[in-house]
Design a protein around this ligand. Structure first.
Ligand code: ADP
Ligand code: MG
Length: 630
């Protein structure tokens, strides 16, 4: 065994492995260099998602000819004064990007410094340097990177489709554009439509840039944040709790102007929204943290996307405190007056009522054969179910006061304000009630706030969250249908056109085949819209726009490693959410009982798809204790 020093080329390839993961990493490094050079205009152009070509143009300070060779040399940087790693004020500082790119791709850098009469070009291809040679270029710097990973073909295999890589490039440019409102950005190429963010100036520059990048919708649904604590400043826009997304990709954090994806910050954001947002939804925000560079270490990873704060608790407290204050002022903070004792007495369906706790029924009121193993009924049966989504006429009928409790409703159902007139029917009804009361989820007695079903069991009462419960049932049924024969679809008379950002359209188009398997047929409709032609039959009428938008969010989080099965389940879950009885819909008594019976027969019905309980129960003995009777 002999120990020898690695060649420079090998060292650069190793560094490239960490710094350059995909085309978007190259774009990030080159645009950061342009920003560090003080550019006011930056152009980014790509081909094949950046795999074959990335070109970044800037009007920054440029590099003098005699320094060009040094710029592509490892560990050479103009940015670190006095080797102080704890006082970093530029985006770059490691002097690694250019040599890394040159080691694995074909790099050409042309630059003209203000002090020179002409420009110079230097090339590095697979580590081999050529130049600098005189060239013509107006001013600033242009860097061209062709054939990424041609020198390390093994890494090519890890790249995703051109579309996905192109979308990642877009994401990087969006993040850097958010942090630099005064800089004009143009993103173009043979693989995309041109996007331009005009330079924004003045007091509201940041807001203007946020609107350019994220849409006015977000700005209209967000509140400004501005807080300082012990020298740390937090500012930006926080989305209102009612403006939420299915994933966390719309959370942007910047630390001293550097875009970061940091766990501590994301968790602080979750904490700030914890009381005002459903657990499966994600807030949207653009937040900037400014602090003394010595209070934060950005040299945690070569890609510089992680940071470490000296005082993490201070930063967390600042975020949570400032955002809660904003929500309180916006009047969105839900207050909880729940009696602690009562809370402690409630047991949740999640804990006590997983399928083991409920007897699987073999057949329910409606003649459906149900057990944990039997397949779900055909979709036509489903549509005959009493709690299928409302059609327009029913919705109208239910909107009229008291009409939800009609003649039929009174059979087998008692309410305080509506005693049955017919004594015989009443007797029959109470018999039926007794029988239903012996079921695990009891006999439905009332619906409150058009959201919760209250039912009476032999030894207590149960409160069911109708949306959560129904969502679970639809999900289980979609999964069962999927396993047996694929989900039945229904065609729309007129395709529904949903306008979406280009990246979302691309993502949906890419997965069209998988979506079809779960009953959703769609295709791109121009670059900025999707045409939906068929939807899963069992969902009935749904908010197609909402569904498609949420699915696009879901897709953005998948990568090539997510298994098909998981993806389909996820799509089914998102669909179930959209195809379920919403909170706020009045249910007829027989609908409530049918829902309870179906829950008893369905595996996993004690929790919704996101792990929240679908029902909670309170024992009579606990109620008595709460009233001091025991
Ligand atoms: P770092 O950014 O960490 O310093 P790089 O390898 O990215 O390392 O760049 C090396 C050096 O090349 C920089 O320090 C800078 O002096 C010079 N440089 C790179 N890109 C540009 C540019 N677009 N304009 C001016 N100078 C640049
Ligand atoms: Mg750099």
């Amino acid at each position: 065994m002999t120990i020898r020093q690695l060649s420079d080329h090998a060292i650069n390839q190793i560094a490239a492995g960490e710094v350059i993961e995909r085309p978007a990493s190259v774009v990030k490094e080159l645009v950061e260099n342009a920003l560090d050079a003080g550019a006011a205009r930056i152009g980014v152009s790509t081909a094949a998602g950046g795999k074959t070509l990335i070109r970044v143009d800037d009007d920054g300070c440029g590099i003098p000819g005699e320094q060009l060779a040094l710029a592509v040399e490892r560990h050479c940087t103009s940015k670190l004064s006095e080797d102080d790693l704890f006082d970093i004020r530029s985006l770059g500082f490691r002097g690694e990007a250019l040599p890394s790119i040159g080691a694995i791709a074909r790099l050409a850098m042309t630059s003209r410094h203000a002090s020179e009469t002409h420009a110079w070009t230097i090339r590095v291809e697979g580590g081999r340097k050529d130049g600098p040679a005189p060239a013509s270029h107006a001013g600033g710097t242009q860097v061209e990177v062709r054939d990424l990973f041609f020198a390390t073909p093994a890494r090519l295999k890890f790249l995703k489709t051109d579309r996905a890589e192109g979308a990642a490039v877009t994401d990087v440019v969006r993040r850097l554009a958010l942090a630099n409102p005064a800089v004009r950005f143009e993103l173009s190429g043979s693989d995309r439509q041109t996007t331009t963010y005009a330079a924004a100036s003045g007091e509201r520059a940041l807001e203007a840039r946020i609107a350019q990048v994220m849409g006015t919708d977000f700005v209209d649904n967000a509140r400004p944040v501005n807080a300082v604590r012990e020298g740390v400043r937090l500012h930006g826009l926080a989305g209102l709790p009612t403006f939420h997304k299915a994933n966390s990709l719309s959370q942007f954090f910047f630390v001293n102007g550097r875009p970061v994806r940091d766990k501590l910050l994301m968790s602080a954001l979750r904490g700030a929204y914890a009381d005002v947002l459903a657990r499966d939804r994600h807030p949207v925000s653009v937040l900037f943290i400014e602090l003394d560079p010595r209070q934060v270490d950005v040299n945690v990873h070569p890609a510089k996307a992680d940071v470490r704060f000296r005082d993490a608790q201070l930063v967390r407290g600042l975020i949570v405190g400032a955002l809660r204050q904003v929500f309180a002022e916006a009047g969105h903070l839900a207050s909880s007056h729940t009696a602690r004792a009562a809370m402690a007495s409630f047991s949740t369906g999640y804990a006590a009522g997983s399928s083991a706790g409920l007897r699987p029924a073999t057949s329910d009121h409606y003649g459906y054969q149900r057990s944990a193993t039997s397949p779900a009924p055909a979709s036509s049966d489903w549509r005959a179910s009493p709690f299928r989504p409302l059609d327009a006429a029913e919705a109208h009928a239910q909107a009229a006061p008291a009409s939800g409790f009609g003649e039929a409703a009174q059979a087998g159902f008692e309410t305080l304000d509506m005693p049955s007139a017919d004594a015989r029917a009443h007797a029959q009804a109470s018999e039926a009630t007794e029988e239903r009361q012996s079921r695990p989820l009891g006999a439905a007695r009332a619906q409150v706030h058009a959201t919760y079903i209250i039912s009476q069991t032999e030894d207590g009462l149960v409160i069911v969250d109708q949306h959560a419960a129904h969502e679970r049932l639809v999900y289980e049924r979609l999964k069962a249908e999927l396993a047996v024969r694929g989900v039945a679809r229904q065609g729309l008379l007129i395709p529904e056109i949903v306008e979406l950002p280009q990246e979302d359209v691309a993502r949906l188009a890419e997965r069209a085949e998988e979506l079809e398997a779960v009953g959703l047929v769609l295709e791109p409709f121009g670059p900025g819209a999707i045409a939906v032609r068929e939807t899963p039959a069992m969902l009935g009428q749904i908010d197609i726009r909402g569904l498609v938008t949420d699915l696009a969010d879901d897709l953005a989080e998948w990568d090539s490693s997510t298994r098909l099965r998981e993806r389909l389940d996820h799509v089914a879950a998102t669909m179930a959410c959209h195809g379920s009885v919403r909170a706020g819909r009045r249910l007829r008594p027989e609908e409530m009982d049918a829902l309870l019976r179906e829950m008893e027969a369905t595996p996993n019905s004690g929790q919704c798809n996101h792990g929240r309980p679908t029902w909670i129960s309170l024992k009579l003995s606990d109620i008595e204790r709460l009233f001091g009777r025991k």
